[in-house]
Ligand binder design. Structure first.
Ligand code: NAD
Length: 660
């Protein structure tokens, strides 16, 4: 079967320890979880329903979960391939069939649509040393040597082509191309920038290493001053026309991009898995949620309109225009790269701005994927430009971009620590800024809560994507009367969803694992107790860690305040609403939170008092969708993505008055 990924992949050859090999077990585990005996007859009904029809009933725990969980659960349970793998090899980093092929060592390449299809059956993957040879040279070697075999001139030694080389060597080259093993590492195809609609390969590059395998995935372009200048000037030039483009033109680009996302979903998910080591389900969820967002913005952008207020002088008319800012700088992270990357540029571009996306250096191919979708959809050259830099150059490149007068507004999604640096730079240059930063989401479990639901939602909220979500549940604040029972249910839920049978989940790097282990060690040394997991366990690699829950956490422990951004969660007991609120708010962060209670009045009362940008009653703290504004309070940032607010962020008003 022809797939978006040329070539066949022997899935059985996936090494142990590769995240893809966990997926079958994950799917089974979730099914088992759905079927597991539960003291609650409703859960048993729900489980039977899942087993019989493959989806939870409307009133089941899963059905009551937010869309994020529902979609993920469906991905686990309903995937056509039980391993959740596409037909082709998801590690293969480009779609040769559609001409998104490797662009090798040249400097600038034609736009995707104009690029010739590569005629050699590159379903097989070239070996590392062959990757270093530009494809065009290999092709010419092949054609000219074929020609030389057949032509009289060559037999007479008269063929003048300089590429002609001895037949045995040509044959070796060709055989190497044809027979190289499918799914070989993707080294050698560097990730380019997008500048002025074309792919640019600078001389300078950095390595991108898979956190799952520890191996080089590919190299990526690393920006220096000329690249930054080129991106700035091209974005400024493109703004002159894009700002006046019709809303329906922008809408059509986005609608087309939605179609392309659907067609390229396997390829896009593959980039994310290979670069970030995330589970297949998280990648699929990212791609489908980003696609929804693109369609949502397409539908919304025509609604951006001005107004005509009445001026105080009856002979004076007034109108308020809503104008784009100009060129904006978007900085997006790796942990949900399609959702966060797209949102960082979609809303500004929809409002008529042009953009420079400084993609995460940890997942450049994924960020390239999102830019290539928009370009394939017809986004005019220069409207969206993409840069990366080697990690050591983060400060200098960011400073260069923010300081340039061409940049008119900035959005940054990342840690609060770097957010403060960006905030200072933006302040120094008086640039408006949208900050989406870290979190320390509390989940209050009240005494009347549906404990079955609360346990599942807290387990998912804490450990989805190994806890590497800004909205991840970090503190569970449980009422004294139900604490013991809730702990049992929580342990059961974690076991069922993230059980110990398969390889430990992957984190983005070993630093995250070390940080989480140290936080737990510190808490245990100060009197906390271990409720779930083994923080000292040796896993297959230093980038892996299983869920850990500690209880009896107090303010003197580092984990009480520090965002773990990993698979650890704290449990704290309370007795009164005041106490619950005090602890929920006793953090510098304020992004998301959850409350579990069957009394909606209490839920709303607590929700009103929690200092976070979102509160989810009877749902997990991880919840983000394009119809709902997303953003933080306190040190979690300011400004909003998504919904109508998300568009309004990227226009400023202009007042015009006129005498009748
Ligand atoms: P990070 O802040 O460590 O890195 C973000 C980017 O900052 C990197 O790409 C890096 O190039 C750049 N950077 C690093 N040092 C810099 C410097 N001195 N000057 C300028 N730039 C610099 O964050 P991360 O590890 O990519 O992401 C994890 C964090 O992001 C977590 O704290 C998480 O909570 C947060 N996050 C927030 C949201 C949200 O919507 N609020 C979403 C996702 C992640």
């Amino acid at each position: 079967m022809q797939t978006p990924f040329a070539g066949s992949a022997d899935q059985n050859s996936l090494p142990r320890g590769d995240p893809h090999s966990d997926i079958e077990a994950d799917a089974e585990r979730l099914l088992r979880f759905s079927k597991s005996p539960s003291p609650d007859p409703a859960s048993q009904r729900s489980a039977r329903h899942v087993a019989e029809v493959g989806s939870p009933p409307q009133n089941s725990t899963a059905a009551a979960a937010p869309s994020a969980f529902r979609s993920l659960a469906e991905l686990f349970v309903k995937g056509k391939d039980p391993r959740g793998l596409p037909d082709g090899d998801i590690r293969q980093p480009w779609n040769a069939k559609r001409g998104h092929g490797p662009t090798h060592n040249s400097t600038i390449h034609p736009p995707i649509a104009e690029r010739p299809r590569f005629p050699i059956p590159l379903g097989t993957y070239p070996t590392l040393w062959l990757n270093k040879i530009p494809g065009s040279i290999l092709l010419r070697l092949f054609l000219f040597n074929l020609y030389s075999l057949l032509s009289l001139e060559s037999r007479l030694g008269l063929c003048p082509d300089p590429y002609l080389i001895p037949q045995p060597l040509c044959l070796v080259l060709l055989l190497s191309i044809m027979s190289a093993p499918a799914g070989a590492p993707a080294e050698g195809f560097p990730v380019p920038f997008f500048i002025n609609g074309i792919e640019v390969h600078p001389e300078r590059r950095f390595n991108v290493v898979s956190p799952a395998s520890g191996k080089l995935v590919h190299e990526a372009a690393s920006a220096t001053e000329p690249d930054v200048r080129a991106a700035l000037s091209t974005a400024a030039e493109a703004f002159k026309t894009w700002r006046n483009s019709l809303p329906r033109t922008r809408r059509d680009v986005f609608l087309k991009a939605g179609e392309i996302m659907e067609k390229r979903k396997e390829e896009l998910a593959g980039y994310m898995i290979s670069e970030t080591g995330c589970p297949r389900q998280w990648a699929d969820f990212n791609v489908s949620t980003a696609r929804e967002m693109i369609l949502d913005v397409a539908g919304r952008l025509v609604a951006l309109e001005g107004s005509m207020p009445t001026a105080s002088d009856p002979n004076t008319g007034a109108m308020i225009l809503r104008e784009p800012f100009g060129v904006i700088l978007a900085i997006a992270p790796w942990n949900a790269p399609y959702i966060l990357g797209f949102r960082s540029v979609l809303f500004p571009i929809a409002a008529g701005n042009t953009a420079i996306l400084k993609g995460s250096e940890l997942c450049p191919r994924t960020m390239w994927g999102l830019c290539s979708v928009l370009h394939e959809a017809g986004l005019p050259a220069g409207v969206l430009n993409l840069l990366f830099h080697e990690p050591a150059n983060a400060a200098v490149v960011t400073q260069m971009l923010i300081a340039d007068p061409i940049i008119k507004k900035i959005n940054f999604t990342g840690s609060t620590m770097v957010g403060r640096i960006i905030g200072k730079l933006a302040g120094e240059h008086l640039k408006p800024l949208l900050l989406e930063l870290g979190g320390k989401a509390p989940a209050i479990v009240w005494e009347d809560a549906d404990l079955d639901n609360a346990a599942v939602q807290c387990a998912l909220g804490a450990f989805l994507n190994s806890g590497q979500i800004c909205m991840s549940t970090e503190r569970i604040i449980a009422h004294k009367t139900i604490r013991a029972q809730f702990e049992k249910e929580l342990v059961c839920a974690i076991d069922n969803i993230f059980g110990a049978q398969t390889d430990a989940p992957v984190l983005i790097n070993a630093v995250g694992v070390t940080k989480n282990k140290k936080l737990v060690e510190d808490a245990l040394s100060k009197g906390a107790s271990l409720l779930y997991g083994d923080p000292t366990a040796e896993e297959a690699s230093a980038t892996r860690m299983r869920p850990v829950v500690i209880s009896g956490v107090t303010p003197d422990m580092n984990i009480y305040r520090t965002e773990s951004f990993g698979p650890t969660v704290s449990l704290i007991e309370i007795e009164t609403e005041e106490e619950a609120l005090r602890i929920a708010n006793d953090t510098e962060y304020g992004l998301s939170s959850a409350v579990f209670t069957e009394d909606l009045r209490r839920g709303l009362r607590l929700a009103k008092e929690i200092e976070t940008g979102a509160v989810h009653i009877n749902n997990m703290s991880v919840h983000d969708e394009s119809a709902l504004p997303h953003g933080g309070a306190k040190a979690s940032g300011y400004g909003r993505f998504n919904a109508a607010h998300g568009l309004s962020e990227w226009v400023r008003t202009k007042t015009i008055t006129f005498k009748w």
